[in-house]
Design a protein around this ligand. Structure first.
Ligand SMILES: Cc1cc2nc3c(=O)[nH]c(=O)nc-3n(C[C@H](O)[C@H](O)[C@H](O)COP(=O)(O)OP(=O)(O)OC[C@H]3O[C@@H](n4cnc5c(N)ncnc54)[C@H](O)[C@@H]3O)c2cc1C
Length: 542
């Protein structure tokens, strides 16, 4: 069963090894012991639903709670403190396009706002009802998870949009194919969610971002159904698919999507390399991508991310041994880890060896040290498990969040450095230390995305011996998030490379789109949703 106030399945845990707990305490201090609100307390705070009765809409309190918040840090603070504010008044589980259409008509008659809900893994407040007079209907697409059509010759598969990562891969793998879209939230996030948030999977270098994979689909909008045919390419005016991508539930409900699939790889591996410092690694990564070498992933961690990842893995003896060996080879405190993926679906081994050989040559020329597949295997094993650590860290008194951007190569170093600096120093005036580190997660010919992780102590409530202070924890997060967002904007970075805009990034969007651009987006919303009922207050104000 899914956790109501954290990440993932209740039966899955990620215990923190003692050595890792000591490592974190050394960097930011011991986490305070704080109590969270209980499920009963939270259920007791839910008000009477304001929607007229409908046989297909659940007004069950647990259902409403489970759809009230996503996975952003403010969402965690709200859920764990029980101060959730607004809940959906009802949750519908449509099973077909017709159900979705009928529910939109019902919502219009009831004067309700509608929030499409995929996996609820948003980290920027996308699916949260906002306080207001109108009732809120959340439409959970989880029953719409079937493969509807498979065109092997064209390598196109059409799914209902509520299909989550594992459901998609299971149905494709059975036919020898894969979508290859693996965001870290893969376990729970859905095709519809990926499309409307412009998601990026961990191996996007090989498979492409969701906008490369999305070939067409259907959206039920308040103004009617919009079909987007899966043309391989088209010069017939602006591409309407691009307007749907990133629309964040504002235009309607995506009910089905056709995606470009590929054969399951016959060969795949992830290799680890150490560099003397992050700058050298970043240069090597740039050279590899600009040489056009078809590797599937280049994840370049900085020194603190490298040491923290190894510390959290808990293999203290092994890490100590590796440390000694690496120091002998002059890979000291600045050593930074690259994980490189190689994927091949052709079965042509010599092609793979050529790619590995050429990438290896570039890496060595930048001082990189090959370490084989051991670290890559560890990364692969924990790639979807790592988010469970957030549950453990929270309970140990630590709040963890991530943010990301993309900038041209010429801006990468300065943006990464300054973003981390303002976060690292962001709570110094209250005597709190912040652990912050980064990696290049997705790389392109012209630039890269910078993915920043930061951890700070939750705040204790001075009036209670064990109690948490959600306001103060939230205030700390706001300070750090605002400071980092301002640096990103000042460097001309996008406010999001992959998480989207939602509620948390909304006020930074005008800097990126300009006033005219924002007006264009608003008029598209008005055209398809004249009454403003679709997910208001996300992506755009109102
Ligand atoms: C631990 C963790 C790791 C993550 N890793 C990544 C990552 O590697 N890459 C990445 O890109 N993102 C990542 N994310 C962010 C998140 O998973 C993505 O934004 C994802 O695309 C959201 O999909 P979802 O199905 O959960 O959508 P939801 O969270 O349910 O909704 C997100 C938005 O999409 C809308 N929506 C959902 N379904 C539909 C639909 N069918 N029609 C219309 N609108 C719809 C909602 O209204 C909302 O505005 C991560 C999040 C977490 C918590």
């Amino acid at each position: 069963m899914r956790r109501w106030n954290g990440w993932g399945d209740e039966a899955t845990n990620y215990p923190l090894p003692d050595s890792a707990a000591r490592y974190l305490a050394g960097l930011v201090g011991d986490g305070p012991r704080l109590e969270d609100a209980s499920l009963d307390e939270v259920l007791g705070s839910i008000r009477t639903p304001r929607l007229p009765a409908h046989p297909g809409i659940s007004t069950d309190e647990k259902d409403r709670l489970l759809h009230a918040r996503g996975q952003s840090l403010p969402d965690w603070v709200a859920l764990r403190s029980g101060r959730i504010g607004a809940f959906p008044d009802g949750v519908a589980y449509p099973a077909s396009d017709e159900d979705v259409r009928a529910l939109l008509d019902y919502a219009k008659r009831a004067g309700a706002k509608v929030i499409p809900y995929g996996g609820g893994t948003s980290v920027v407040g996308h699916i949260n009802p906002l306080p207001g007079d109108a009732p809120v209907l959340t439409m959970d697409l989880s029953r719409m998870n079937r493969l509807l059509a498979f065109d092997e010759a064209s390598r196109l598969a059409t799914f209902e949009a509520g299909a989550a990562g594992p459901e998609i891969e299971k149905q494709l793998n059975a036919r020898g194919f894969t979508l290859g879209h693996f965001p870290q939230s893969f376990e729970l996030s859905t095709l519809g969610g990926w499309i409307v948030t412009r998601s990026s999977g961990q191996q996007s270098l090989h498979y492409g971002r969701i906008e490369n994979l999305f070939a067409g689909g259907r959206v039920e909008t308040p103004a009617g159904a919009l079909d987007l045919p899966p043309h391989p390419a088209s010069a017939a005016g602006p591409d309407l698919r691009q307007i749907l991508l990133g629309s964040e539930g504002r235009l309607g409900v995506v009910t089905r999507a056709t995606v470009r699939v590929r054969p399951v790889p016959v060969y795949e591996k992830f290799l680890g390399f150490f560099f003397h410092d992050w700058e050298a690694g970043a240069e090597a990564v740039r050279a590899i991508v600009q040489a056009g070498l078809p590797v599937s992933m280049l994840r370049m961690s900085n020194a603190l991310e490298t040491s923290t990842t190894l510390a959290l893995a808990g293999k203290a003896d092994l890490v100590k041994l590796a440390d000694r060996g690496l120091r002998l080879l002059r890979y000291g405190d600045g050593r930074s880890l690259l994980v490189m993926g190689v994927t091949d679906e052709t079965g042509n081994r010599s092609l793979v060896w050529d790619i590995e050989g050429e990438a290896g040559r570039i890496i060595r020329a930048h001082g990189g040290l090959p370490t084989g597949t051991f670290i890559g295997k560890m990364w692969r094993k924990s790639r979807f498990h790592a988010p469970y650590l957030r549950n453990t860290l929270w309970e140990r008194g630590y709040a963890l969040d991530t943010l990301e951007t993309a900038v041209p190569w010429s801006q990468v170093s300065a943006t990464a450095e300054e973003t981390q600096k303002v976060i690292r120093e962001g709570l110094a005036n209250i005597g709190e230390r912040v652990l912050v580190f980064a990696h290049l997660s997705h790389v392109y010919n012209d630039g890269a995305s910078i993915y920043v992780t930061y951890l700070f102590r939750r705040a204790a409530d001075p009036s209670a011996s064990l109690g948490a202070s959600p306001d103060e924890t939230l205030r700390r997060w706001h300070l750090l998030k605002d400071a980092a967002s301002r640096v990103i904007v000042a460097h001309g970075g996008t406010i999001s490379h992959q998480h989207g805009v939602g509620f948390d990034h909304l006020r930074y969007l005008p800097a990126e789109k300009g006033a005219l651009g924002i007006d264009m987006l608003k008029s598209v919303c008005r055209q398809l949703d004249p009454d403003g009922m679709m997910n208001p207050g996300k992506l755009l104000e109102k």
